[in-house]
Design a protein around this ligand. Structure first.
Ligand code: HEM
Length: 594
């Protein structure tokens, strides 16, 4: 069935979204900008791994000409330019074995800002640059069992038939990390299609259409969860933590890793973003704060999702942007919107806003949204952000369900406002959309009402399971390596994976390698043996006489050992586990208990 999108202000194609690939580009992204004018960018980015290893990447960037963006033709070339400039920028700031750089030279900063403005997205590496627009189909012959006959479309974006266009490290682990997301995003096609089906079913008060839409949502989320856990197959946690993740970090909440003010984009001035793509324009992204107002030393390990992203001092404008994270994926936010799941500011975020003089009652009620997740929308392509906003305004599935089940007593509605919404919706037009035309008829039988709620709750549970699986992944890939529970690869160790994944082997490993745990303890400030020396901001360990040798454990940006009780930061600078647990619990609490 082809969905009718008349309930939206614009056709689906105008949001750069399809029912085939969801928020991924419908056609594979460009592998190169064809105009030879952009050869200097393309040539350098194609050798990013080699120049990182040689230590000469920053010098190569300094030699780049400042190219105009005028010769870019069409959205796909802008997307490719955004990908290339994202890799060049993060390769420059987080250059391997160097201290992070606080300044992006004009040759990258100016075109990066222009291209980003065109696309309505922040000028920094994002889920769009490493996932959405960074893949190709291999078309390698695929063995498909008889029981698993797939149609051509499905085969095309099979996880085992995909490759990435660019990586920072050249490692298969990095490619796999991005490709798992690509595969999950490709399921977004089904979610988008179902979003349309559900909207139309609501408009025609077609209960069976709503039920079957919800069943589709559940099935697709289950497929997404299966794909998510495949992360474990080919992306090694400590390669991820020690080698890949540092490149993805942004420059917000990164004081503890050396970027105190963010990054200065040379030759650019901060201009208030226009609202062409439905930019949030909230205080978190557009506030101008001088450098000297950054948090005190005591607060520096405490992340904030509300800190302003632009700062200035003596005419120098530092920008603070979160790093690349799948929190910037539109697909999970779309599922939240379809199911009417509300996320709220954390206590810390409310406290910060109160400190800033905002009215508490307003903060808690308007609009429901976790500030970090809402902020992440500015790291989505502008057209996708606009789609989320327009869909959220047009379709209110949860309200429809609440209103269509008058005979069922609901025990756990989150707040009073949900009751008033049920009562008011009949009289209150919802932004002029056709959705407001729906009238409650109270015509469904008790069995139908019970079934509707059961199916809705099943969708909620499947998303909760996805978020549970995601928390396990984050624990394994970030929290454990951060606390030294997983060792980085050892020099001369041919079988590091098994050893590293089994912490009971650590003592043997230590004997062989000269006491890794001492080094970790030293980094944690608990031992004076094997004193590490700081060189270029990188921890190296040495012997008791201070004779430095290249360490098996060194810190580089986000790749560092932290204390047991310290906050594990996400690439976006959140207190990762706490944040994710809140979001997961809010998901579960959205079930309608009868
Ligand atoms: C090794 C793999 C992964 C790691 C280490 C990881 C880590 C994180 C962290 C630390 C956060 C907290 C917020 C932030 O820092 O931005 C986060 C959020 C998030 N991640 Fe991942 N992630 C991984 C894979 C994925 C994949 C494949 C997806 C699929 C789309 C995904 C979807 C999300 C979403 C949607 C959020 C926002 C919170 C939510 O809505 O539940 N992540 N991730």
């Amino acid at each position: 069935m082809v969905s009718n999108w008349d309930f939206m202000p614009a056709p689906l194609s105008e949001y750069d979204i399809s029912t085939h690939n969801g928020f991924l580009s419908p056609e594979p992204p460009l592998k190169r900008i064809s105009d030879p004018y952009y050869k200097p960018w393309e040539d350098l980015v194609s050798k990013i791994v080699q120049y990182q290893l040689s230590g000469g990447f920053r010098e190569m960037i300094h030699d780049l000409p400042t190219l105009s963006t005028d010769k870019l033709v069409g959205i796909k070339e802008y997307q490719r330019a955004y990908v290339v400039l994202g890799f060049l920028s993060h390769g420059y700031v987080w250059s391997l074995h160097k201290e992070p750089k606080e300044e992006l030279p004009k040759c990258i900063s100016i075109p990066f800002c222009e291209v980003s403005e065109y696309l309505g997205i922040n000028p920094v590496s994002t889920n769009a640059s490493v996932v959405l627009w960074n893949w190709e189909v291999l078309n390698s012959p695929k063995v498909v069992s008889d029981s698993e006959v797939k149609n051509v479309d499905e085969q095309e974006l099979d996880l085992d038939n995909l490759a990435t266009l660019l990586t920072f490290t050249g490692s298969p682990d990095e490619s796999w990390f991005y490709l798992v997301s690509v595969a999950i995003e490709s399921k977004g096609g089904k979610i988008v299609k179902t979003a349309g089906d559900i909207a139309n079913a609501i408009l025609s008060d077609d209960l069976s259409g709503v039920v079957s839409g919800l069943e589709d949502v559940t099935k697709t989320i289950q497929l997404m969860t299966k794909l998510l856990v495949r992360m474990n197959e080919k992306c090694d946690p400590y390669i991820f933590y020690w080698k890949i993740r540092p490149y993805l970090a942004g420059w917000e909440n990164m004081e503890s890793v050396g970027l105190h003010n963010g990054v200065h984009y040379d030759g650019t001035k901060y201009i208030e973003t226009k609202d062409a793509f439905g930019s949030l324009q909230d205080a978190t992204t557009s506030k101008f704060v001088p450098v000297f107002s950054s948090k005190s030393e005591g607060d520096k390990n405490k992340p904030s999702s509300r800190r302003s992203s632009i700062s200035g001092y003596d005419g120098t404008y530092y920008r603070k942007y979160a790093g690349g994270s799948a929190a910037q994926s539109s697909i999970i936010q779309l599922i939240d919107i379809i199911l009417g799941i509300r996320h709220y500011p954390s206590e810390d975020e409310i406290a910060e806003d109160l400190e800033a003089g905002l009215d508490k009652s307003k903060l808690e009620k308007t609009p429901p949204g976790n500030p970090y997740l809402m902020k992440m929308r500015n790291y989505m392509p502008g057209l996708h952000r606009k789609f989320l906003q327009d869909y959220a305004n047009a379709v209110k599935l949860r309200q429809y369900i609440l209103r269509s089940t008058p005979d069922i007593v609901k025990r756990n509605l989150l707040d009073e406002s949900e009751f008033s919404e049920i009562i008011n919706i009949v009289d209150t037009p919802s932004n002029g959309s056709q959705a407001s035309a729906i009238k409650s008829k109270g015509k469904f039988s008790l069995a139908q009402q019970t079934e509707l709620i059961k199916i809705y709750n099943r969708s909620i549970s499947s998303l909760k399971t996805f978020r549970d699986a995601h928390i396990s992944i984050v624990t394994r890939y970030v929290a454990e390596p951060a606390r030294g529970n997983k060792m980085p690869p050892q020099k001369g160790d041919n079988n590091t994976k098994e050893k590293a994944s089994n912490s009971t082997n650590t003592s043997l490993q230590d004997k062989v390698n000269g006491g890794i745990s001492n080094i970790i303890n030293y980094v944690k400030g608990k031992s004076t043996e094997n004193k590490p020396q700081a060189e270029n901001g990188i921890k190296i360990n040495g012997d008791a006489n201070g004779q430095g040798k290249i360490s098996n454990v060194y810190e580089h940006g986000l790749a560092k050992i932290i204390d047991e009780d310290a906050v594990v930061l996400g690439t976006g600078g959140t207190d990762a586990i706490e944040f994710l647990k809140n979001i997961r619990d809010e998901t579960f609490n959205s079930r309608i208990d009868s």
